[in-house]
Design a protein around this ligand. Structure first.
Ligand SMILES: NC(=O)c1ccc[n+]([C@@H]2O[C@H](COP(=O)([O-])OP(=O)(O)OC[C@H]3O[C@@H](n4cnc5c(N)ncnc54)[C@H](O)[C@@H]3O)[C@@H](O)[C@H]2O)c1
Ligand SMILES: O=P(O)(O)OC[C@H](O)CO
Length: 568
């Protein structure tokens, strides 16, 4: 019976299957490899069974605490390549010990070999390494590959902030979505129930049946559009500079449904949305708040204090998203999705950022020291993100508008005390990032340099067949309604800050009124993107790594500048 089932599931109308590579093999990278490999094995009609997992090679000795330790074996007594151990024991004994990996997870030390012929690249490594990885990957991936970034961090340059999905997309000339959620890796790996959010805005060029443009011109009703000519719009809402190569029709469509099939398990439940900016920012910014939560826990201030920090932090996350990604972000992502408030809660309860911050206060040592002592090579993301976000806010002249983010930075730099946190954030309760949501979602102008059908059309569309919708936070509800493809230490100096209440932040795109448009025939969400994010280059990160600390250290302990980007 099983054989018949397997045969049936391998029957597919498609000549090719998606090959998946996980780029990264840390605590979360290995966990996601496990999840994905379980699904590729179960869905042989869509995916090749084997999942390549690129491993940053290192020599390690199997710890005596490992179930695989055998004093009589060279494998245990001598240092071994991590890839060899993973493929031999089917376990990542360093970064995900005690969790069996499916045999179809193949550890590969060669980055270029691991991604060869893969149509789906899942990026899962600490954010400081992604620049170097992209450089090595350029020219070695399929031109029509697509990416999902599981990285929790933001890319800050001298004066801009962007998402790692964008960095990857621009560096590799591909489209890249994001996965983020309340996902402490060890719990997911142990198959304890959790949820996650996948954000993916399928490029129009990936439509399976593009129709050529006709002399009559495009029309939403008839879709006489050559979809292969459509420029993809990025999170700024503008036509992307990346000229995407369409996914060949030999492959199953790479849409919300396929991505759900790739990541969803009963113990790891996936919701797919289109708000890439919201999902990515939620995962990145909550790490700063987790450090604040760890600080107050380290002082033993109790749950009320932690809840206050989390509430204020959530408001700053939303405000940051609206300010800098206002054209496409959906504030409700922060409150309704796992990638938002749920991730904030879990990270502030049981995450590494929280734990290390707490221990740093309890032990009276810098957080990097705790990171090195406690994490066995795993990396904190919140410390670096706090520095990067502060660098950006400072250049924008907006540090005071984000008092909690700024306070965490100042404490990490040793310029302020944890005990001063209440004063530093006093007045934060006045932030009202949700106050004028209805004005945020005006569709961006559609002028592009490429042949793109006008939308909304100036000629009368066949509105009888398509309902009109308010172009407000709707794209995910449209998605679920089936309109998207498929389913969708102390220091001696106190920081003085003025209350933000006296100077409220002008919200970027708050001037428009609700905007009535018919839903686009292809993907409504494409027309709800945004703004900003000046063009980025990986190079810019180097500027940060070379940047001097923004302030002279005045603390009794010499806090590290935390600006150590690593470029290979
Ligand atoms: N661990 C979690 O619970 C968790 C959950 C969700 C999301 N995340 C996010 O996932 C991303 C990856 O985190 P992780 O937990 O898998 O990693 P990790 O903290 O376990 O980091 C260690 C990884 O970095 C690699 N590495 C070390 N030096 C390197 C170099 N020079 N170049 C490239 N790689 C190098 C190591 O080999 C290892 O795979 C992060 O952005 C993190 O915030 C983590
Ligand atoms: O352990 P942290 O603090 O890196 O957080 C882990 C995950 O991001 C929680 O979702």
């Amino acid at each position: 019976m099983d054989t018949l089932k397997q045969k049936m599931s391998s029957l597919t109308p498609f000549a090719k299957k998606h090959k998946v590579t996980i780029v990264g093999s840390g605590n979360w990278g290995s966990t996601i490899a496990k999840v994905v490999a379980e699904n590729t094995a179960a869905h042989s009609e869509i995916f090749e069974k084997d999942v390549q997992m690129w491993v940053y090679e290192e020599e390690i000795t199997v710890p005596k605490s490992s179930q695989h330790y055998d004093a009589s074996s060279d494998l245990s007594t001598k240092p071994q390549k991590l890839t060899h151990l993973i493929n031999h024991f089917h376990e990542n004994v360093k970064y995900l010990p005690g969790i069996p990996l499916p045999k179809n997870v193949i550890a590969n030390p060669s980055l270029t070999n691991a991604v060869k012929d893969s149509t789906i690249l899942v990026f899962n490594l600490p954010h400081q390494f992604i620049g170097g990885i992209c450089k090595q990957l350029r020219g070695h991936i399929l031109p029509y590959a697509r990416g999902i970034s599981c990285i929790k961090g933001v890319n800050v340059q001298e004066d801009s902030v962007s998402l790692f999905s964008e960095v990857i997309g621009k560096e590799l000339d591909i489209y890249c979505g994001a996965l983020s959620g309340a996902n402490i890796a060890n719990e997911v790996a142990q198959e304890k129930f959790s949820e996650t959010t996948v954000a993916y805005d399928p490029p129009s060029v990936d439509s399976q049946n593009p129709t050529p443009a006709t002399s009559r011109g495009p029309s939403p009703a008839s879709s006489h559009a050559d979809l292969t000519q459509l420029a993809h719009r990025d999170v700024s809402g503008k036509a992307s500079g990346v000229k995407l190569k369409p996914l060949p029709q030999e492959y199953p469509a790479l849409d919300h449904s396929t991505l759900k099939t790739l990541f969803h398990r009963t113990y790891f439940q996936v919701r797919v949305v289109s708000d890439v900016a919201g999902v990515s920012l939620g995962g990145a910014l909550k790490n700063i708040i987790a450090i604040a939560a760890g600080f107050v826990d380290g002082l033993g201030w109790g749950d009320n204090a932690k809840a206050a920090v989390m509430r204020i932090g959530l408001l700053e996350m939303v405000k940051f998203g609206k300010q800098f990604f206002g054209k496409t972000i959906q504030p409700r992502t922060f409150t309704e999705e796992s990638a938002g408030v749920a991730d904030l809660i879990t990270t502030c309860a049981g995450g590494r950022n929280h734990r290390c911050a707490k221990l740093s206060v309890q032990r009276g040592v810098p957080i990097e020291e705790v990171e090195a002592q406690e994490l066995n090579g795993q990396k904190l993301q919140g410390t670096l993100t706090a520095v990067e976000v502060n660098h950006f806010l400072k250049i924008q002249g907006m540090e005071k508008e984000f008092p909690l983010f700024t306070a965490v930075y100042e404490i990490l730099q040793g310029r302020a005390k944890v005990e001063d946190l209440p004063q530093l954030i006093e007045g934060s309760g006045e932030i009202q990032p949700f106050s004028n949501n209805k004005n945020l979602y005006k569709s961006p102008p559609l002028a592009t340099t490429q042949t793109e059908p006008e939308y909304p059309p100036t000629s009368q569309p066949d509105s009888s067949s398509k309902p009109f919708v308010i172009s407000s936070p709707i794209s995910d509800s449209v998605s679920s309604a089936g309109m998207l493809p498929a389913t969708t230490h102390t220091a001696d100096k106190k920081l003085t800050m003025t209350s933000p209440s006296s100077k409220s932040l002008p919200i970027a795109s708050s001037s428009s009124s609700p905007f009535l448009v018919p839903p686009h025939p292809l993907s409504t969400s494409r027309y709800h993107r945004q703004l900003l994010v000046p063009s980025i280059s990986i190079r810019g990160q180097e500027a940060i790594s070379k940047a001097k600390p923004l302030f002279p250290f005045q603390a009794h302990h010499q806090a590290s500048p935390l600006t150590h980007r690593i470029f290979m």
